[in-house]
Design a protein around this ligand. Structure first.
Ligand SMILES: *Cc1c(COP(=O)(O)O)cnc(C)c1O
Length: 374
C-alpha cells in the first residue's frame, strides 16, 4: 500500500496539448497568446471585466495592495487565521495588518469584529474565504461602504464557489486567485487579480512588469518587481478552466463521501456542509479535534503518517508568527477561536486525483487513529 499524498492535481485534460502548442510555436514567455486568453476566460468566469495573471497568489495580493496605494502606516483589517501571504502583502508596503478572530463553525473571519477595529488609518478590509465556505460578504461590503474602505477579496481557495449564487472573486474592488496545485485550478504556480476597474487593471499590469514608464522602455518612476506569468502556465490554466464545473462536482462528492462516513467518529468536528448563503466546495477536507482530545494536530499528523496518510495542519495565526512578534506587531493580542483552529485543525487527502480506493483507506485510517486516541 502506497503513501496517499494530501493533494494530487488532475492534469488529464487538454494540458499536454496546449503545452505542446507552446513548444511548437516557441511562445513560452509572458508575451505568449495564451496569457491574455486565460486572463479573459478566468475573469469572465467570475463575472469580472479584467484579469491580470501573475506569478502566484502571493504576488497577486502584493500587486493588489500596491495598486490600491496602501502604504506606510495605513491599516488593513484581515483574519488572524489565514496564510501569511495576506499579512506579508500589507507589511511589505509598511502598512499594518489589524486582525479579527475566526468564526468557530465556518472557520472564516468573524465579521462581527470588523467594525470595532476600524480607525482613521483603516484603508481596506482583506476578506479571505477559507477552506470551502465563503465569508458572509454582503455584510462586509456594507461596512466597507459605510466607512469608505476598499475591499480586497482573497478567493484563492474559492474557484467555482458562489455566495448567494454570485461567484466568489466578483465582490472585491480587487479580488485575487491562486493557481497553486492544491487549488481547484492549477498552473503549477500562478495567480490572478480580477477587477472591473480599468484604471486599477492598468496599474496592476504596470506593477506586474517592473513599472516601466509608459512609452519609454527602461525608464521607471516606481519600485516594483517581476511578477509575470508565462504562456506555459496559461496553457495549463486554460485546460484546467475548461473543467471547473467537473472539478467542483468531484470536490463536493469527496466532501459528501467523507462526511457520511466520518460523522459518527468521536473526538472530531467535520466541516459544515452548507450555510444559508453557500454550499461547501471543500477546497480541502478539514477536521478539527474537539475538546475531548488532548493531542494537538501535529501529534495527530504523525499518527496518520505512520498509516501512510498525508495530512496537513491548518494555518498558523498571524498574531503568533515569530516574524511579526519580533517586529513588535500584535503584542498581547489574543484570538481564542483562531488559536484553537491552528492547534487542533488539520486536513486529510482531498486532491482532485484522489481515487475511490484511496479515500476508502483514508476513512479507515481516520476511524482507527481516532479510536486509538479517544
Ligand atoms: C494559496 C493561498 C494564497 C497564496 O497563493 P500562492 O499561489 O501559494 O502564493 C493566498 N491566500 C490563500 C487564502 C491561499 O489559500
Amino acid at each position: 500500500m502506497g503513501f496517499i499524498p494530501v493533494n494530487e492535481p488532475l492534469l488529464n485534460g487538454n494540458e499536454k496539448k496546449y503545452l505542446c502548442e507552446c513548444i511548437d510555436t516557441g511562445w513560452i514567455s509572458s508575451e505568449g497568446p495564451f496569457v491574455k486568453e486565460f486572463e479573459q476566460k478566468m475573469s469572465h468566469s467570475v463575472n469580472r471585466k479584467f484579469g491580470v495573471a501573475v506569478a502566484n497568489g502571493t504576488a497577486a495580493l502584493e500587486v493588489a495592495v500596491q495598486a490600491l496605494e496602501i502604504g506606510k502606516d495605513d491599516e488593513v483589517i484581515m483574519p488572524t487565521f489565514t496564510i501569511i501571504s495576506c499579512a506579508m502583502a500589507v507589511t511589505k508596503v509598511g502598512a499594518k495588518p489589524v486582525l479579527v478572530d475566526s468564526d468557530k463553525n465556518t472557520w472564516n473571519m468573524n465579521i462581527d469584529e470588523i467594525e470595532s477595529k476600524i480607525t482613521s488609518k483603516t484603508k481596506a478590509i482583506m476578506v479571505v474565504h477559507l477552506y470551502g465556505l465563503p465569508v458572509e460578504i454582503d455584510k462586509v461590503l456594507e461596512i466597507a461602504k459605510k466607512y469608505n474602505l476598499k475591499v480586497i477579496e482573497d478567493a484563492a481557495e474559492m474557484h467555482g464557489q458562489t455566495y448567494l449564487g454570485k461567484p466568489c472573486g466578483s465582490f472585491g474592488d480587487i479580488s485575487i486567485f491562486s493557481f497553486y496545485p492544491n487549488k481547484h485550478i492549477t498552473t503549477g504556480e500562478g495567480g490572478m487579480i480580477v477587477t472591473d476597474d480599468e484604471e486599477l487593471t492598468e496599474k496592476c499590469k504596470s506593477i506586474r512588469n517592473l513599472c516601466f514608464k509608459k512609452d519609454v522602455r527602461y525608464v521607471h518612476d516606481e519600485i516594483s518587481d517581476n511578477y509575470r506569468f508565462t504562456n506555459l502556465q496559461a496553457a495549463v490554466g486554460l485546460a484546467q478552466l475548461e473543467r471547473i464545473d467537473e472539478f467542483v462536482k468531484i470536490k463536493r462528492n469527496m466532501g459528501t463521501y467523507y462526511t457520511e462516513r466520518l460523522k459518527d467518529v468521536k473526538g472530531i468536528k467535520l466541516p459544515i456542509t452548507k450555510t444559508n448563503y453557500a454550499e461547501n466546495i471543500y477546497w480541502v477536507y478539514g477536521i478539527v479535534l474537539d475538546e475531548s482530545i488532548t493531542l494537538d494536530n501535529r501529534e495527530i499528523q504523525k499518527k496518520f503518517a505512520e498509516e501512510g496518510i498525508g495530512t496537513r495542519t491548518f494555518f498558523w495565526c498571524m498574531h503568533e508568527q515569530p516574524v511579526y512578534i519580533k517586529m513588535g506587531f500584535f503584542r498581547n493580542e489574543k484570538y481564542p477561536n483562531a488559536e484553537y483552529l491552528a492547534r487542533k485543525g488539520f486536513y486529510i487527502p482531498s486532491g482532485l486525483a484522489l481515487t475511490d480506493e484511496q479515500r476508502k483507506r483514508v476513512v479507515e485510517s481516520v476511524k482507527k487513529v481516532m479510536k486509538e486516541i479517544a
